[in-house]
Design a protein around this ligand. Structure first.
Ligand code: ZZB
Length: 258
């Protein structure tokens, strides 16, 4: 799978994380939380960043001043793709639980909101991508149901309701499903929980319809079909150094040992 890794720079750590990281990274360090996405053209619609409260993440040094927050497994994979200074090495300077970083604020490149809060998502898989997921509730049924869930049960999830924006902005138009395909699909399929067994089907549909019939409504490539805009947005993110390319190995040797 060819993913795009988005560099979401931390602008404010949660208090727990400040304590854990103190002394472990330089004062002027840039730390990026790095979600992996298959849909770079949706980055305009990011509203949150998801981490799993039950996954252990690392902070890895990618250059003197730059650090990435992701799973061990992702760091190991990236170490064989020329992201770290030394081939095969992925120096870890700290370990954090997803739980620790909830409430931190990151910059979400291209997003209409600019800065977004880090919030929990239980269904993140440890063995996929970087273990960090950017939330695009307008176009991802998983993200939409989690957004609603979090805003309804903020206390239960240990967050503040205002961290989760509910004014979901349209970014892609599709015939038949309007400009908010994820909420529309969830409504049509009566999906109302992030644990719904219907979500994979909704996701499949959203991918297909978005890609083959979607048209951009915002950004530099507004008016263009998603099929065209996808690579243009990706290239633009790579050019501004807000993203890096990431190939997920499907061989077991590497991905299993994380
Ligand atoms: C932003 C985005 C916007 C995404 C969208 C999807 C959609 P897949 O399809 O199963 O291969 N993701 C990435 N890593 C993880 C993880 N570790 N656990 C759970 N979800 C993860 O999954 C790829 C997509 O799943 C990625 O692309 C990411 O969310 C999420 F509008 O990034 B995506 C219809 C989907 N739309």
């Amino acid at each position: 799978q060819e993913y795009t890794i988005i560099k979401c720079k931390v602008v404010q750590w949660s208090e727990r994380t400040q304590n854990i990281l103190s002394g472990k990274i330089p004062d002027d360090a840039n730390v990026f939380m790095v979600p992996a996405t298959l849909r770079p053209e949706t980055m305009y619609g990011q509203t949150n960043l998801f981490v799993s409260p039950s996954i252990t993440y690392g902070v890895f040094r990618v250059s003197e001043k730059d650090f990435f927050f992701m799973t061990n497994r992702a760091a190991r994979n990236l170490a064989f793709q020329g992201i770290f200074p030394e081939w095969g090495n992925f120096p870890k300077v700290a370990e954090l639980n997803g739980y620790d970083v909830i409430g931190s604020v990151v910059n979400a490149p291209m997003s209409q909101l600019q800065n977004v809060y880090v919030v929990p998502m239980d269904t993140i898989k440890e063995d996929k991508g970087t273990g960090v997921v950017t939330s695009v509730p307008s176009d991802s049924p998983d993200d939409y149901t989690m957004t609603i869930e979090l805003s309804k049960k903020a206390d239960y999830y240990g967050i503040r309701a205002e961290w989760v924006p509910l004014d979901i902005l349209p970014i892609i138009d599709t015939p038949g499903y309007g400009n908010l395909i994820a909420p529309t699909l969830c409504k049509n399929m009566r999906i109302n929980t992030p644990k719904s067994s219907q979500l994979p089907e909704a996701k499949e549909q959203a991918y297909k319809i978005g890609f083959y019939q979607g048209k951009m409504l915002v950004g530099e490539f507004s008016g263009k079909p998603v099929q065209e805009a996808k690579n243009l947005v990706r290239q633009s993110l790579l050019d501004t150094n807000d993203a890096i390319a990431y190939c997920e190995p499907d061989g077991l040797a590497i991905s299993r040992s994380g």
